[in-house]
Design a binder for this molecule. Sequence first.
Ligand code: ADP
Ligand code: MN
Ligand code: MN
Ligand code: MN
Ligand code: MN
Length: 375
Amino acid sequence: MVDNSRNAAMVLEESPNAQLSKTILSKYLDLPQPDDRIQAMYIWIDGSGEGLRSKTRTLTFVPKSVDELPEWNYDGSSTGQSTGMNSDCYLKPVAMYKDPFRRGNNKLVLCDTYNFQYKPLETNHRNSCLQAMTAASDQVPWFGIEQEYTLLDMEGRPFGWPKNGFPGPQGPYYCGVGANKVYARDIVEAHYRACLYAGINIAGSNAEVMPSQWEYQVGPCEGISIGDQLWVSRYLLHRIAEEFGVVVTLDPKPMPGDWNGAGAHCNFSTKSMREDNGIIAIEQAIDKLSKQHLRHIKAYDPRGGKDNERRLTGAHETSSIHDFSAGVANRGSSIRIPRQVAEDKKGYLEDRRPSSNCDPYSVSEAIVRTVCLNE
Ligand code: ADP
Ligand code: MN
Ligand code: MN
Ligand code: MN
Ligand code: MN
């Protein structure tokens, strides 16, 4: 069928950002920048627990470490984090990265958030995560998170999908190659390099089972740094897609029906799991996890399990949200022991339950409290 509405629709769905010339911008980014004028992009998590906000300030020195960075504030009544009457919230710099957009000595500054009495805001899950990581530091917890995401056009339809229908059924898209198999690889490639430049420990990327769904992995990262790095990698992804006029969603089930959802599998190990016969420690950890299924489901999406209800159905390579299960190489279980780990008798386990829009601070905190701190 010939779709005559396509050209008109293409114009509507296009983001105004995509139409702006990026060549003109380069002219200004190429201007010499004074040595003592650094741009620092402060980034924080907003009141939704999912959204990121950012704003820039000039520093008159080149910061060498995060503790040289000044605290700052913002209007929490505009981010769902305070009332208008008492709107000032504090930004405390916690991690610093190179800025791949502005380059040079310019920085990205991840912050956690506090109210006027210096109490952590409700969506500041970093504060308690850090306490857990500090208490468990002798066990040297490592995390690797597989971040799945879906690209959308400005109308909220998966990017590149036909206007009045659906792509062919799942099968050819996972790790696919070719114009009829994957969409917007440009974004994936740009994001990978931007992560490397910034200093994010990105481990890989692949096209996913549903067309316009992709994955990248961050890790292994020790302790609190998995949360820091994953949040900044998400910021980079949203920013790069913005330049292309494409929207990134971390919704765990963007398309109902026979389409895969999106998760954030969390791979986890302690020092003893990585040593010879670490499989014993891995099995002990799985036993502890089996007794805390509900705690983990509550921590694994921003709505206490509501989002994951749509995804963890038992179909599409997921386990049921209601049951705990574990198995070697089993992608239909809550916890998977990778085949290689079973063979080597050491390594790590994979918790497949976290939703793509999870807060990695909440996920890593729950795992450490259950497995390392026996809470
Ligand atoms: P999958 O086979 O589930 O698709 P991936 O290759 O996508 O797995 O992701 C595996 C992740 O596990 C990577 O992020 C990697 O860094 C991480 N990882 C590898 N070894 C360990 C370990 N010992 N502890 C924690 N994470 C690890
Ligand atoms: Mn103002
Ligand atoms: Mn993977
Ligand atoms: Mn995947
Ligand atoms: Mn996985």
